[in-house]
Unconditional design. Structure first.
Length: 196
């Protein structure tokens, strides 16, 4: 029981951490969240990042850019619908406005756009094919189960696609199909984080 710390002891430890923090760490703690907040406003509204960043000193701006970049990168996702596509474009435009290494940025963006194009074009074909396979396999399993129960005539009246078990199998398949794209996208997002 002696290992359990009181709220007071925990608070005192936190205070020691704050007091022993370097000026650099204190700046980071203060301005990275401001950058994250600015990125949120940028994505929701039409805030001009360049204008907003100009309001801060070079030292402060460094940390604000870190916060903005982290949120913009986090919001890049597979283009599953028009809203996500719009957010992706806005995030990439925002990163272009705040990052200095344009060549590195263009290189990473071209890889991300390749993933997006592949996901939209070949990914759709893969999904249709996989959907039909899952549907056929599920219908066969259902038919076998009904035959075991002696109810073969009922199979024609069942809409396979409306069955909760089918929907669950389809969700699992979609997750597996998306996983390969997400893995590559995450690698390129990590690359974006390292670009100045």
């Amino acid at each position: 029981m002696a290992d359990i710390k009181s709220a007071y002891e925990i608070a005192m430890e936190k205070m020691k951490e704050v007091e022993s923090a370097t000026p650099e760490e204190k700046l980071q703690w203060k301005f990275v969240p401001k950058g994250e907040e600015l990125a949120g406003k940028y994505l929701k509204d039409d805030v001009n990042l360049t204008t907003e960043l100009a309001k801060y000193s070079d030292t402060e701006r460094k940390y604000i850019v870190q916060g903005v970049a982290a949120i913009l990168i986090r919001n890049i996702d597979l283009p599953k619908n028009d809203a996500v596509k719009k957010t992706n474009q806005k995030a990439m435009n925002g990163l272009s406005a705040i990052k200095k290494d344009k060549k590195g940025l263009d290189n990473a963006f071209s890889k991300i756009k390749y993933i997006f194009n592949h996901y939209t074009e070949q990914g759709e074909a893969q999904k249709k094919e996989a959907y039909e396979q899952v549907k056929a396999q599920f219908a066969m399993k259902l038919q076998q189960a009904l035959q075991q129960q002696g109810q073969t005539a009922r199979m024609n009246n069942i809409d396979v696609e409306r069955q909760p078990q089918f929907q669950e199998e389809w969700r699992k398949m979609l997750t597996r199909l998306d996983a390969q794209y997400i893995q590559h996208l995450n690698e390129y997002k990590h690359e974006l984080q390292g670009i100045n």
